[in-house]
Design a binder for this molecule. Sequence first.
Ligand SMILES: Cc1ncc(COP(=O)(O)O)c(C=O)c1O
Length: 407
Amino acid sequence: MSETEVTTAPRPLLLADGRPAARAWSLDPALRHLNHGSFGAVPLVAQERQQELRARMEGAPVAWFPGLPERIAAARVELAAFLGADPGDLALVPNASAGASVVYAGLPHRGGGEIVVTDHGYGAVTMGAERLARRWGGRVRTARVPLDAGEEQAYEAVMAEVGGATGLLVVDQITSATARRLPVERIGAEARRRGVPLLVDGAHAPGLIDAPLSGTACDFWTGNLHKWGCAPRGTAALVARGPLRDGLYPLIDSWGAADPYPDRFDQQGTLDATPWLAAATALGFVEATWGWAAARRYMDELAGYGARVVGAALAELTGADASVDVGMPVPGMRLVRLPDGLGGSRLAADALRDRATAELGVEAAFTSFGGTGYLRLSAHVYNTAEDYEYVAEKCVPVLGEWARAAR
Ligand SMILES: Cc1ncc(COP(=O)(O)O)c(C=O)c1O
């Protein structure tokens, strides 16, 4: 790694009026927010838009709710354009977990059917696959994909688990614990050729990948607009394309049940749909202020810078290389290896996250993969180089103390 690579930081992004980008959010300035990936962060304009919609709902509920399905259908058109999807394929759901649950609940029974997942899968989504496999009287097969596997190796590892008994394949477009992509385009093409249904978990993809649905052949895709898209929380999409989609219903039985997919998802009982209606305001704000392409470039450069400065501080502390060779990396997120003794399991990593917030004033994601602990750094438009320099200078020495105490 060259000295310039360590020291070159992208210039902070500014708002149209010259103020720092972070002023468009309501994030607590007393904390460093380096974990956009987990729960997102909503810009003030989208919060205000949602508040306006809520005020209308609260002002005249009886006028609001009967007209809601039509408004949701219109919101789907805007959100589908951002995702590179056909609005006729897209249903709105509260989160990616719900999108996966809808698919698990709606697939036809397949006695003895197997479900192929990967060891990078999101735990909660994988647990849902395990439950479905139990209902089928089958089992889950886990493809092991090395962290540094490139496209070919990752593809081979996944397809090696697919066979005649496979009733469903579940693959992340962007993984949570390891912040990498998996080759869903190639896997999708081959799964289609073999007639195996594929669910792509694209929870992190909207906003991080341009038009994440274009070029991905899959029966089912789900992704959160409330992560990188900055939409109000509770906004996610489910995209379904083949004949199996006729079996998909919202998790809440409601009056749209007799309607075709995806229209039947526009009615889900008495539900606060204001996040869905305000989502396009968040997407439009980033587009109008910086453009998503430039925002993504910034996020990627900044995440790379952050990983280099934090990685260099960790290396100085432990004497070991903290950089992580991730095959198919994503823009906006990077891993650095934690000192031995920290974050070796998911529970240990979660405890570290809570301790870092309470004692270091840093909201960060600590993850665990294959028994190794990682700090997953996120970078969004409101982050600046100084956030990561703070972690390198102030937090890394404390992490070193925590690691010594843990050994
Ligand atoms: C890959 C992946 N899948 C699913 C989810 C679940 O998202 P949600 O909690 O919004 O349902 C996440 C959340 O981080 C994720 O990273």
